[in-house]
Design a protein around this ligand. Structure first.
Ligand code: AR6
Length: 231
């Protein structure tokens, strides 16, 4: 019967997403199949140079804290390469804590092409942004603003012009936006993490007491933003 074969497909898809990123045809992902899912990059750990061990502890701690509030919704940490150190650290630490890997998992892929290239449908994505909420600057921020086109900049301006470290802002994407119609993303949540890059004027000067506090606040603000979208 159709229902049991759908169930089998769903089970296989989940297993694939959790392990090998095996591609699943997007045509199988009708709206009825969609589980509310937030895909997020590791905030502050590339351009902003935040320590990976400390960041991975915070990601796992915050994901665990929010999973109980999220119902069936899922959290997915994304990075570009299979060799990503932050993905392996988080995967190992989440598994040590016996966190449900169907609800919180890691995924290799470009966050702007998760459905079209990875077969993973995420209705919300997070962006590791800058305080001006401006396109460009490299990293995931440049990729998301580029893929979304001018619609994202306009929709962002309606919500905010600046962001403080540790804060997030939820931006709904109009259906005309390429990220919405090609990838099924309805919201982008911009998050500003702590900046530990000593080559930048606005860095925390290696103060990890403040840095960890701000990164925790950033994930709290991000996950609360996602909660506000799913509820
Ligand atoms: N898809 C998935 N993950 C990505 C992608 C992508 N397309 N691009 C990068 N990553 P970063 P930060 C991963 O540097 O450290 C910008 O200039 C990357 O491998 O984007 O918070 C902004 O304008 C890493 O794991 O963000 C800010 O000024 C993670 O995304 C500043 O950088 C975050 O790396 C923010 O720095």
């Amino acid at each position: 019967p159709a229902s049991s074969s759908n169930e089998a497909t769903n089970t296989t898809r989940k297993a694939d997403e959790m392990t090998a990123n095996v591609r699943v045809s997007p045509v199988k992902l009708g709206s009825a199949d969609i589980v509310p899912t937030l895909a997020f990059p590791s905030i502050s750990t590339a351009d902003f140079q935040f320590d990976l061990e400390k960041a991975s502890d915070i990601i796992v701690e915050k994901a665990e804290e929010f999973l109980s509030k999220l119902g069936t919704a899922r959290l997915v940490l994304v990075d570009l390469s299979r060799g990503s150190k932050i993905l392996s650290l988080v995967k190992a630490k989440a598994s040590q804590k016996n966190i449900d890997s169907a609800k919180f998992f890691t995924f290799v892929g470009d966050i702007t092409k998760l459905r079209s290239e990875g077969g993973l449908h995420c209705n919300v994505i997070a962006n590791a942004t800058n305080w001006r909420l401006k396109p460009g600057g490299g990293g995931v921020n440049a990729a998301i603003f580029k893929a979304a086109g001018p619609d994202l900049e306009t929709a962002t301006r309606v919500r905010a012009n600046t962001l403080l470290p540790g804060k997030a802002v939820v931006v709904p994407l109009p259906s005309t936006c390429p990220l919405h119609n090609a990838e099924g993303i309805t919201h982008v949540i911009h998050v500003l993490g702590p900046n530990m890059n000593p080559n930048r004027p606005d860095n925390l000067n290696n103060d990890y007491t403040k840095g960890c506090k701000t990164l925790r606040e950033a994930y709290t603000s991000l996950f609360e933003g996602f909660l506000s979208v799913v509820q």
